[in-house]
Write a protein that binds this ligand. Structure first.
Ligand SMILES: [Zn+2]
Length: 170
């Protein structure tokens, strides 16, 4: 960052990022900037947003060195280190079937995979991945994934929380 302050050239991954990162010479320093970036990216297509996220990771990797592992997430935080235990296979299969049936009725969403069900004291927590049309904006993707989550909770009231992760369809 000091080099950039002294006039070293750098480029923004997308012009929308400039007003947010100008103050810190194109580098994300404040958590608030991350939130602003996420909002700016909401209008992008999922394909473009993923491209930018990949670019961010590469840029941060160049900055911090390859030994630092970087993972950016556009999606809500993934379930990590949660209490409880994995649900039995039959339960996971039932949830997976329901998710597939729900996704089949929602346009541009499909290929449900990596379904995980955790049983916790507060109820079940479901994680799933799905693939969506990369032309959809991040905002549209969130709305559709929300629809899937809502429909699943309606079908299985014991499910307390559903966390969907959308990836651009190849
Ligand atoms: Zn996946």
């Amino acid at each position: 960052m000091i080099q950039r302050k002294q006039g070293k050239k750098f480029a923004y991954l997308a012009p929308e990022m400039q007003p947010i990162l100008e103050e810190t010479y194109g580098i994300i320093v404040y958590q608030d900037q991350v939130m602003q970036l996420v909002q700016a990216l909401a209008g992008f297509s999922l394909g473009k947003a993923h491209e930018i996220a990949d670019g961010l990771e590469a840029a941060l990797g160049a900055e911090l060195g390859v030994e630092v592992e970087i993972e950016t997430h556009i999606e809500p935080l993934q379930m990590r280190g949660l209490s409880g235990r994995d649900a039995p296979n039959e339960r996971v299969a039932a949830v997976r079937d329901a998710l597939n049936a729900i996704a089949a009725n929602i346009a541009f969403v499909g290929q449900v995979h990596d379904v995980r069900v955790r049983e916790t004291a507060d109820g079940e927590i479901v994680n799933f991945h799905c693939r969506v049309d990369p032309q959809l904006t991040v905002r549209d993707v969130h709305e559709r994934v929300d629809d899937v989550e809502r429909a699943l909770r309606q079908k299985f009231p014991t499910i307390k929380r559903v966390i969907g992760h959308a990836e651009p369809r190849a």
